[in-house]
Design a protein around this ligand. Structure first.
Ligand SMILES: Nc1ncnc2c1ncn2[C@@H]1O[C@H](COP(=O)(O)OP(=O)(O)OP(=O)(O)O)[C@@H](O)[C@H]1O
Ligand SMILES: Cc1ncsc1CCO
Length: 263
């Protein structure tokens, strides 16, 4: 059975927290892919809920003093229960406070996947040592940034953007799919986080995980020429429909995934 079939057949609960702007979109994406979404707000519930869940997404989108501690508590509960954690350091490249909060979460929680844009991951990498103080703005920088940060944190790193770059600390793959309407729609990165969380439930192989990263931009490629798509809003509806029906064969046919040679 393919991992997409497994997603739809085995209902996995994904707990998410930390972004009130995009909760509804993310919950819908989890449900459309066969999962069961849950936003957990009260830390007194963490033990019970995390033990039922299959994966956890920590998102710094609407982070505050309180919600920062909340994310750490949830992440630690996930670690204790050996549930995979996806972390999205929203805005870590935009303010010192957010960067510090992201660093604190990375220090307190063992994260399986960190997913951000280039400025977010580059900010976290440059905080580790001046050796990593690069001015990361291009796709070539993304390769080195993903590789270095994955090695350093022993995590899988996804740097999203017009090209997605994915590393497990040994190898780097780049995915060339998608459309600028993905960027235009607020929260598609958060939706991607939840797809990655479901992916971690259904595959442990890194090469298969790279295909999971490609699901969202491949779905975009498959709908962009539909006559019903007249702008970013109708694109979003068509995209969500396609995502719910995407087959492994379509993913295989349309995904442009290339391994990038690294030292
Ligand atoms: N210009 C683009 N062209 C094609 N695909 C894109 C483009 N920009 C982003 N994407 C795709 O959009 C998805 C989300 O990535 P993005 O980098 O926009 O996340 P983000 O900035 O964290 O978004 P958000 O903060 O709104 O959640 C990824 O699947 C990525 O491949
Ligand atoms: C617009 C916005 N503001 C905080 S989080 C968020 C959604 C993208 O993560």
């Amino acid at each position: 059975m393919s991992f997409i079939e497994r997603m739809h057949r085995q209902k996995a609960m994904v707990i998410m927290n930390g972004n009130h702007v995009t909760e509804q979109l993310v919950a819908d994406v989890i449900a459309y892919l066969g999962g069961s979404p849950l936003v957990a707000e009260d830390e007194r519930d963490d033990e019970a809920l995390v033990s039922l869940a299959s994966a956890i997404v920590l998102n710094m989108g609407t982070v505050s003093k309180q919600s920062h501690q909340r994310l750490i508590h949830l992440g630690r509960a996930a670690n204790l229960n050996q549930k995979p954690v996806v972390f999205d350091p929203v805005g870590a490249g935009a303010s010192t406070l957010r960067k510090k909060q992201a660093e604190a979460i990375m220090a307190a929680v063992s994260v399986k996947v960190i997913r951000g844009n280039l400025s977010e991951i580059a900010a976290l990498l440059s905080g580790e040592s001046s050796r990593f103080g690069i001015d990361a703005t291009s796709h070539a920088d993304a390769v080195q940034t993903a590789l270095d940060y994955a090695r350093l944190k022993k995590a899988w790193v996804v740097i999203s953007g017009p090209v997605d770059t994915v590393s497990d600390g040994k190898r780097v793959f780049q995915i060339k799919n998608g459309h600028p309407y993905l960027e235009k729609n607020v929260g598609m990165g958060d939706a991607l986080d939840s797809i990655l969380a479901l992916g971690l439930v259904h595959t442990t192989r890194f090469e298969e995980f790279v295909q999971v990263v490609a699901m969202l931009p491949v779905a975009a490629d498959l709908v962009i020429k539909q006559s019903a798509v007249r702008g970013p809003a109708s694109f979003k509806m068509a995209l969500l429909d396609k995502l719910s029906q995407l087959s492994q064969a379509e993913l295989f046919d349309v995904a442009h995934i290339k391994e990038v040679p690294v030292n």
